[in-house]
Ligand binder design. Structure first.
Ligand code: FES
Length: 132
């Protein structure tokens, strides 16, 4: 019955087949990810160093470590309240969305958004004064 109403089911088009896997695409031009236990973050103006899993956001690490870091939009990259000052270490690159939000609240050339910046090694940051 439905075949008459909607016509015959269309066969999916053949897709090109490659031998590459998603792991191959992720490896291109990227450093090997840090192993578990090789990542930590130091909040230098709080005297706190906290171990994290690779890929943890600075915001999540701050909250887990008990460091106050504003996050008015809940990490949705729309408020800029999670701004931190990057000091050193291996972190994810800034994408267009972070750059756009950060441009509104940026105060130094080393600013990043804690909710968007992923920890990929031993990282040191400064947390600006928080306005609660
Ligand atoms: S928490 Fe709002 S931009 Fe990061």
């Amino acid at each position: 019955m439905f075949g008459k109403l909607f016509g015959k089911k269309k066969e999916p088009e053949a897709k090109p087949v490659t031998e590459a896997t998603p792991d191959d695409w992720n490896r291109a031009d990227k450093p090997a990810p840090a192993a578990e236990g090789d990542c930590s973050i130091s909040f230098e103006n709080h005297g706190v160093t906290h171990p994290v899993k690779p890929g943890t956001s600075i915001l999540d690490a701050a909250l887990d470590a008990g460091v106050d870091l504003n996050n008015y939009c809940g990490g949705m990259c729309s408020c800029g309240s999670c701004r931190i000052i990057f000091v050193s270490g291996n972190v994810s690159e800034m994408d267009d969305m972070e750059e756009a939000t950060l441009s509104v609240v940026e105060e130094t050339d080393d600013d990043r958004l804690g909710c968007q910046t992923k920890i990929l090694g031993h990282v040191v940051v400064t947390v600006p004064p928080q306005d609660f």
